[in-house]
Design a binder for this molecule. Structure first.
Ligand SMILES: *[C@@H]1O[C@H](CO)[C@@H](O)[C@H](O)[C@H]1NC(C)=O
Ligand SMILES: *[C@@H]1O[C@H](CO)[C@@H](O)[C@H](O)[C@H]1NC(C)=O
Ligand SMILES: *[C@@H]1O[C@H](CO)[C@@H](O)[C@H](O)[C@H]1NC(C)=O
Ligand SMILES: *[C@@H]1O[C@H](CO)[C@@H](O)[C@H](O)[C@H]1NC(C)=O
Ligand SMILES: *[C@@H]1O[C@H](CO)[C@@H](O)[C@H](O)[C@H]1NC(C)=O
Ligand SMILES: *[C@@H]1O[C@H](CO)[C@@H](O)[C@H](O)[C@H]1NC(C)=O
Length: 521
């Protein structure tokens, strides 16, 4: 997960969003102060050259993964015994775009983990009854060996080190182990500490609230990072503070406190969950309809613009370094649905238009309902399986697959609460359009609402369409991507389908997403 309890910081934001979104669709469509019109026939027409000038780089690994530290070997396996299901799922993405998602190994349990070079198992996570986040984690050289050997050929990692225990000897030993056993060409960066803004929480109790401030964090990292490895790249921040609320643990503040002096910092990371189920009260505020409201997603994440600018101001890459729908491991029936899948794609592409480089969607085992996949069988009747979330990576990989340096622009003027439009460019040339019809449809009404989207103004009348679909917004299985699905071995099965249209018009049902390109492009 992350988040033992981040109730107070987001409760305010969620509560205000909730009142906004609890209005019905028809009420929303009447509001003139928000761009929330829902129409059924749309002409996609905009200034294509102007969009190219405003387009932002679209990273080939935009949708990447974070794995809760204590579950690393559940996902990747152990030396000589790779998790073949995970490996195939990662390979599928690499097969499309050339690169699998980057795996960040981190989260709350990175701050309790310790290296034990010659311990008998790759990772030993121990749990208290009733908790699915380990209380003790040790890992040996076997973990690094598994990271080297078990992924697809282009697998890369971000590896989390322990700051929580406040003992520099712990991360020093971890890093020494990594330098000795981990193929450094697989490493994008190390990361020191997870969500340091939460170190003062009583449940965690890593630091005293009297002295733990952003200034203290910067001072400690200024002191530690040079001791750790002068030549290594680090991801920095990993704070869960929502920049729209009052917190000094923002990257804007970190830059003010002088982190540009820390030469190891190459990546700035924020953590974000749009809602949480860390308390019953907060869980009661959750609704999938909020997540599939595109304007809500735009409004919520626009608050990260300052954080992205802070990263760029010191020449750093910007990662949403740990994120997902619902903090405290996701919510069954929300986080593992088609609606949440559409939210992920919309959120990721929108962040790219703001200048973010990559997003790392968090994963765990068992009650982590937002995971891309369940990595191992939990018991005889509960096998390893994917969740709809996995298709987000296939979708994003197909968007960039045949474009060398893709860029992305959101056509804000066309967007509504249930329709998102992203133009994908190569230089000044438009290559594709991504359209999401996020209209909420839970299957209880007989007819599934549809929209007719006319792309002829920008792509011409002869177009090809690849469609992401499922029965409805709340479906937890049965998703298909261009007619294909993922079988129990993790393999893509079925014939890949690009639909053709000679009118430039595509019918999109509620809760679908498409990639569209001119035929013969
Ligand atoms: C929308 O377009 C479809 C297909 O072109 C057409 O059948 C339908 O009548 C249109 N609906 C509206 C409200 O204009
Ligand atoms: C795992 O760690 C626990 C202590 O947390 C210890 O009792 C146990 O023996 C260890 N298991 C292995 C296989 O190393
Ligand atoms: C965790 O490790 C500490 C020592 O590091 C030990 O005292 C404690 O018993 C362990 N807890 C469990 C549940 O293994
Ligand atoms: C198997 O695991 C699933 C998921 O945790 C759980 O819902 C189910 O009750 C378990 N079944 C048995 C027989 O233990
Ligand atoms: C489906 O949505 C309708 C209208 O929003 C609601 O009344 C109904 O309870 C929902 N059903 C399910 C199964 O979620
Ligand atoms: C798919 O989801 C439906 C509705 O929740 C359920 O009835 C069905 O058993 C699921 N199928 C599989 C293969 O999990």
């Amino acid at each position: 997960m992350s988040r033992l309890n981040f109730a107070t910081s987001v409760a305010f934001a969620i509560a205000s969003l909730h009142s906004f979104v609890s209005a019905t669709s028809s009420e929303l469509s009447r509001r003139s102060d928000q761009v929330v019109l829902s129409t059924s026939n749309i002409s996609v027409s905009f200034d294509v050259p102007a969009g190219a000038k405003l387009a932002m780089p679209l990273d080939r690994q935009l949708i990447s993964m974070s794995i809760e530290f204590c579950y690393a070997t559940d996902f990747i396996g152990t030396p000589g015994s790779p998790n073949t299901f995970s490996k195939q799922l990662l390979q599928n993405v690499q097969d499309k775009s050339g690169l699998p998602p980057i795996l960040r190994i981190g989260g709350n349990t990175q701050d309790i983990a310790k290296f034990c070079e010659n311990c008998p198992v790759a990772m030993n996570s121990t749990y208290k009854a009733g908790s699915t986040e380990a209380v003790n984690v040790t890992f040996s050289k076997g973990l690094f060996k598994a990271m080297n050997e078990n992924g697809p050929s282009n697998q890369n990692y971000i590896f989390g080190l322990n700051l929580g225990q406040d003992d520099v000897e712990i991360p020093k030993a971890e890093l020494a182990g990594a330098l000795k056993y981990l193929d450094q060409s697989k490493l994008i960066a190390y990361e020191l500490g997870n969500e340091p803004d939460h170190y003062i929480w009583p449940q965690v109790n890593y630091r005293s609230p009297a002295t733990w401030t952003m200034a203290a964090y910067v001072k400690q990292t200024l002191d530690w990072l040079p001791q750790l490895a002068s030549g290594k790249r680090f991801q920095y921040g990993s704070s869960a503070a929502n920049p729209a609320t009052v917190s000094e643990f923002t990257m804007v503040q970190a830059v003010k406190w002088g982190i540009s002096k820390i030469k190891q910092i190459k990546i700035i990371s924020s953590h974000s969950y749009m809602g949480d189920r860390c308390t019953p009260a907060n869980e009661a505020l959750l609704s999938l309809e909020t997540y599939v409201n595109h304007m809500n997603t735009v409004q919520y994440y626009s608050s990260y613009l300052g954080e992205i600018a802070a990263a760029k101001s010191i020449g750093a890459t910007y990662h949403m370094g740990e994120t997902n729908t619902v903090a405290c491991h996701g919510k069954d029936g929300l986080s593992n649905t088609m609606g949440a899948l559409l939210w992920m794609i919309d959120y990721a592409f929108y962040m790219a238009t703001l200048g973010a480089d990559r997003l790392f969607f968090h994963n765990g085992k068992g009650d982590f309902f937002y995971s891309m996949w369940e990595p191992v069988a939990l018991n005889e009747s509960y096998a390893a399986h994917i969740n709809p979330q996995y298709y987000s990576m296939l979708f994003a990989a197909d968007v960039v697959s045949d474009i060398k340096t893709p860029s992305i622009h959101r056509i804000a003027g066309l967007d509504t609460y249930d329709l998102a439009h992203y133009a994908i460019y190569s230089g000044s040339k438009i290559q594709k359009m991504v359209i999401l019809n996020t209209h909420y449809h839970n299957g209880t009404t007989e007819t599934r609402p549809a929209k007719y989207v006319d792309l002829s103004p920008v792509l011409g009348r002869n177009i090809q369409v690849k469609r992401l679909t499922s029965a409805n917004t709340i479906a937890k299985n049965g998703t298909t991507w261009g007619g294909q699905s993922v079988n129990s071995a993790g393999k893509l099965v079925g014939e890949e389908v690009w639909e053709e249209s000679q009118s430039g018009v595509v019918r999109m049902f509620a809760s679908e997403a498409i990639i569209v390109k001119a035929k013969g492009r």
